[in-house]
Design a protein around this ligand. Structure first.
Ligand code: SF4
Length: 76
């Protein structure tokens, strides 16, 4: 039997992918609103940071994750 992962708890399950891959960084509000109530937000964000994913993950846009990654590199 497969162990549960954070993806099993994702609030975005069943939401059209286009919501999380908007054409513009300025169109992330709908995805971020879903992420705001997601119990998997932290591991989702960690995964996106670790793997350099595109789109909205863990309540953040690509631009926001670039800033987080830069801050993390400065702090370590
Ligand atoms: S934080 Fe957002 S993108 Fe990540 S699993 Fe939850 S709803 Fe989906």
């Amino acid at each position: 039997m497969r162990a549960d992962t954070w993806r099993d708890r994702a609030a975005c399950r069943g939401v059209p992918l286009a919501v999380f891959f908007p054409a513009s960084e300025d169109d992330c509000d709908e995805a971020k609103a879903i992420c705001a109530g997601c119990p998997a937000r932290r591991p989702c964000l960690d995964d996106a940071l670790k793997n350099g994913l595109q789109g909205v993950w863990g309540g953040t846009s690509e631009r926001e994750r670039r800033v987080l990654a830069r801050e993390h590199r400065k702090a370590s």
